[in-house]
Design a protein around this ligand. Sequence first.
Ligand code: SF4
Length: 228
Amino acid sequence: METRRKLDALQNIVVGCHKCPRLVAYLQEVSQHKPRRYREWDYWSRPLPSFGDPDARVLIIGLAPAANGGNRTGRMFTGDRSGEWLFNALYEFSFANQPNSLRRDDGFKLNDCYITATIRCAPPKNKPLPDEIENCRPYFLKELDLLKNIEVFIPLGQIAFTQTLKCLRLKGLEIPPLSFGHGKVYPIPNGQTIVTTYHPSQQNTQTGKLTRAMFHQIFRMARKRLEG
Ligand code: SF4
C-alpha cells in the first residue's frame, strides 16, 4: 500500500511537470489540431503518468507517448497501435486482464507488470531531444527505487534500452557495454534481467520487422524467467 501511495504521489508530480517548454507547447498544439476521427475527444495533453501493479516483477519501458494515442486518452499506450500490440501480448501471458484498452476508464488492469517510459510527453515526430530525455530521467530513477520487486526489464526499442542501461548504471550497477537487438537476454549483476525487443511501432509492425510471434516470444521469455 505504501508503494502504491508513493508511486501515486510521484505520478501526480509528473502530471504537473513543465520542464520541457518545447513539449508543453507541442501538447497544446496537438489538442488544437485534432484529426477528424478524434475531434470529439478532450485530449489529455499533459505528461502521462506511469501505471500498473506496484508489486510488479516486470517493468516495461516505452519510448514516449503517441500524440493521438496515449496523449489523447491519458494513459500510456492506451488507444494507439503500439498499445494494441503491447496489451495483446501482455494479455496472452497473463500480465493484463483484457487484450486491449481504448480508454483509460475501460477496466484494463496490469498484473505483475508496470509500464513506464523514457519521456512522458509526446514529442514531435516521436523524437525526443537529448535534453528532454535528461529532464525526464529523474522520474524513471525514482520509479526504480520504488518498484522493489522488479525481476525483468523489457525496454521497447533501442532508445528505451539505452536509457534503461544508463539508469541502472546510475544506480551503481556495473553493466558492461551491451548490444541492442531483438530477443536478447542480459542478466545483470543484481540478479535482474533485461530482455530486449524491437519497438511495436507501426514502422516495425507494418514492415514485418517485428511480427506478433516475435513480440510474443519476448513475453514468453519473461514469464519463463519469473517461473524460474
Ligand atoms: S517530458 Fe518529462 S520532464 Fe519533460 S515536461 Fe514531460 S514530464 Fe516533464
